[in-house]
Write a protein that binds this ligand. Structure first.
Ligand code: PLP
Length: 448
């Protein structure tokens, strides 16, 4: 890179998220300069289909002027105020009211945070606080699933069920446990069909609860569809089998809708798609199309009641972020939700997802693709390690490079190539996206 270029200065000064620092200079950063609709452009003028909507998040696409205007209006009026100690402001009130009104199951309160990690971290702390308020201090264990992704703070990296998030950090924390991932192909036992596998997942969960002692288990965290773990859509019957186990032992259910929320699965919430009955829901990403960082935790009365009960003596809820409910971020989220509703983007996803899912499935025609998975406007094509059996992820990295060369941004999670485009994508653009993906996989195949 030229000295003084953005690339060279990036290598010189920035430590990146999820990047191998030892190889950053050699790989080099890709500098994205601008975006419009489903496209982004790099600093050489090359255009890409952003098939990941950034990080599963830019629902209304890039360059949406209404969000810029909403931010500007609020910036001029009140650029910042907080929500500590009985203070509030219009945008946070309006957004809380809006979220409660659109919640897929009855919810009573909203707590604002700034990232998916913070929303889940807050959920976890609220669950612990509630157990203490109820006089059940032993009820603090939390169960999540292998391959689940819930964030990267010390506690949420513990909830996350991926080895890379644990290994180098001496995690998970004690009291955070993991049950079977719902990925049929890799987790099934000999002769087990999908229905039997779904039941066994619920049995594994119950066995873990019984082994630990039901009175010690406070909550279960899960994404309706796993995202970063490789886009794992649970097998049919999975949620029907798992939810009664939680109910049986009075275990709270936290639905992490950080990816699924706001239309991704073809309903406004994944909770509706899968008939879930969570006690708490966490939201982020598409809540503001990631134009500004904001996230939210919704809780039902069963959670909120004990927290607000006059009789507990555990002290004030000592938790809050300077930017909780940030007025500019909240104003942008409100406008973003308005756009999703006005343009009926959920109806749009319903209408175009059959094409998306068909083109995704067609990728399996390549001998390099071992499995495709998806629902709504989210999916993944898993590449077989093939010649790279000893190095999982190597083929995924190659495909990433081949996609880039062709003007397509996907994200390889190991060898699974994810697709999660902005919800505004058209049928013609879905065809463009998968034409490029097919060609990119063919390039990899030829190069082996
Ligand atoms: N939960 C889910 C389901 C996610 O996909 C993510 C991020 O990808 C998070 C939580 C963490 O969100 P953040 O990166 O904003 O902390």
């Amino acid at each position: 890179h030229l000295p003084n270029s953005l690339e060279a200065r990036d290598v010189a000064y920035q430590l990146h998220a999820y990047t191998d620092a030892r190889r950053h200079e050699e790989t080099g950063p890709l500098v994205i300069e601008k975006g419009e609709g489903i496209y982004v452009e790099d600093n050489s003028g090359k255009r890409y289909i952003e098939a990941m909507a950034g990080l599963w998040s830019v629902a209304v696409g890039f360059g949406e002027k209404r969000l810029v205007e909403a931010a500007t209006r609020q910036m001029e009026k009140l650029p910042f105020y907080h929500t500590f100690s009985h203070k509030t402001h219009g945008p946070s009130v309006e957004l809380a009211e809006k979220l409660v009104s659109m919640a897929p199951v009855p919810m009573s309160k909203v707590y604002f945070t700034n990232s998916g990690s913070e929303a889940n971290d807050t959920a976890l702390k609220l669950i612990w606080y509630r157990s203490n308020a109820l006089g059940q201090p032993e009820r603090k264990k939390i169960i999540s699933r292998m391959r689940g992704y819930h964030g990267v703070t010390v506690a949420t990296a513990s909830l996350t069920g991926l080895p890379n998030n644990h290994r180098s950090f001496d995690l998970p924390l004690p009291r955070i446990l993991h049950t079977t991932s719902p990925h049929y192909r890799t987790m099934k036992k000999d002769g087990e069909d999908e229905a039997a596998f779904a039941k066994r997942c619920a049995q594994d969960l119950e066995d873990l609860i019984l082994a630990e002692g039901p009175e010690t288990i406070a909550a279960f965290f899960a994404e309706p569809v796993m995202g970063a773990g490789g886009v794992i859509v649970p097998p049919e019957g999975y949620w029907e089998a798992v939810q009664p186990v939680l109910k049986k032992y009075g275990i709270l259910f936290v639905a992490d809708e950080v990816i699924c929320g706001f239309g991704r699965t073809g309903e406004m919430f994944g909770t509706t798609t899968f008939n879930l009955e969570p006690d708490m829901i966490t939201l982020s990403k598409a809540i503001s199309s990631s134009y500004l960082p904001i996230s939210a935790l919704m809780v039902n009365e069963a959670v909120y009641g004990p927290v607000a009960d006059e009789s507990h003596k555990i002290g004030v809820w000592g938790h809050g972020y300077t930017a909780s409910g940030h007025p500019v971020a909240a104003a942008v989220a409100l406008e973003n939700i308005k756009i999703i509703e006005e343009r009926d983007l959920v109806g749009h996803v319903k209408a175009i997802s059959p094409l998306f899912q068909k083109r995704l499935k067609d990728l399996a025609a390549s001998p390099l693709v071992i499995e495709t998975r998806g629902i709504g406007l989210i999916g993944a094509a898993e590449l077989t390690h093939g010649a790279f059996l000893d190095k999982p992820g190597a083929l995924g990295a190659l495909a990433n490079g081949a996609f880039h060369a062709r003007g397509l941004i996907s994200r390889n999670m190991g060898d699974s190539m994810a697709f999660c485009p902005p919800l505004i994508i058209s049928e013609a653009q879905i065809n463009d996206l998968f034409d490029l993906a097919e060609a990119g996989i063919e390039d990899v195949s030829k190069g082996l």
